[in-house]
Write a protein that binds this ligand. Structure first.
Ligand code: SAM
Length: 288
């Protein structure tokens, strides 16, 4: 197997194919072999797993996934990588490469078609310029057992943040609604070529089999969350009144009182359960 993380191997391989890194495509390739090995290990990939990889690049993580999984499907946007991947992962007969933008791919249909009878997982060193849209698409597809990805460390911290912390955001709640996140390990900038300006981290999002909250209307729930964080330094009543103009500030205060909450509370301190109660109260009032 070609050791693609060895810079003495990688550089001539890229040069032989006239390949230049594209910043616009978020291309920072791994040059330390322990990183893709650790990601594949920690993701729990084994012969019962079907793995969707996003952005194989020249294949360091792809190799580690193919060595462990029953089936790997890798989705890559940049067709210039084709002749290189032919060399680095061409030997694996449990691999399919899809040359497409992952955001234009029907992930749910792909998983249903390719991973029948397997534990579906997503695994990637993500292109950082589209981390949030990719994660949103993977979670909303609701077809994975887990999603294990490398992202900017600050994004990982935001995804795993607790209520009341500076990193707690609408994206935190979105991710924690679908999954239980755990930051696994940091990856310093010197592990990549070219080096990114930031530290990275690998985070695992274990998809919830059951959600522990009663949420009567998912759309209203996410509208409440969005409205609460749109004015995160202000009282929640302001955010709710702006996100739900029909309530006004008085109605927003009544909703909070009906939920047993302080009318001066700020949204950034609330748990998912508390957001759920507010959303359910708004749904109840709309129906009344
Ligand atoms: N997996 C390789 C590694 O770890 O060395 C490469 C990771 S690099 C951070 C991100 C990869 O995602 C690049 O190969 C890039 O071409 C690919 N990519 C960027 N945008 C994409 C998209 N919308 N859909 C699929 N792949 C994409």
């Amino acid at each position: 197997m070609v050791n693609v993380t060895d810079i003495q191997v990688m550089k001539p391989l890229l040069a032989a194919h006239g390949f230049h890194f594209s910043k616009a495509k978020g291309q920072n390739f791994l040059i330390q072999s322990w990183v893709p090995r650790q990601i594949a290990e920690d993701a729990g990939v084994d012969e019962t797993a079907g793995v969707l990889e996003i952005g194989p690049g020249i294949g360091p993580l792809t190799q580690q996934l193919c060595l462990r999984a029953k089936k790997v499907v890798a989705c890559e946007l940049d067709q210039r990588l084709k002749p290189i991947l032919d060399i680095t992962v061409g030997e694996f007969d449990n691999l399919d490469i899809i040359w497409n933008d992952v955001l234009k791919t029907d992930v749910k249909a792909l998983v249903a078609e390719q991973f029948q009878g397997l534990r579906p997982m997503a695994c990637a060193n993500l292109p950082y310029y589209i981390t949030s849209p990719i994660l949103s698409a993977l979670l909303e597809a609701e077809c994975f057992e887990s999603v294990t990805v490398m992202v900017q460390k600050e994004v990982a911290v935001r995804i795993a943040a607790k209520p009341g912390s500076a990193d707690y955001s609408a994206f935190t709640i979105f991710c924690q609604y679908y999954t239980e996140p755990e930051i696994l390990f940091d990856v310093p900038a010197h592990c990549f070529l070219p080096q990114p300006k930031v530290t990275s981290a690998v985070i695992q999002l274990k998809v919830r089999k059951e959600r522990p909250w009663q949420i009567d209307d998912q759309e209203i729930f996410f509208r409440v969350v969005k409205a609460s964080f749109a004015m995160r330094r202000k009282k929640l009543t302001n955010g709710l009144a702006s996100g739900f103009p029909e309530l006004g500030k008085t109605g927003a205060a009544e909703v909070l009182e009906a939920c047993g909450m302080d009318v001066n509370v700020r949204g950034e301190t609330l748990s998912i359960d508390q957001f759920a109660r507010i959303a359910n109260e708004i749904v109840r009032r709309r129906g009344a």
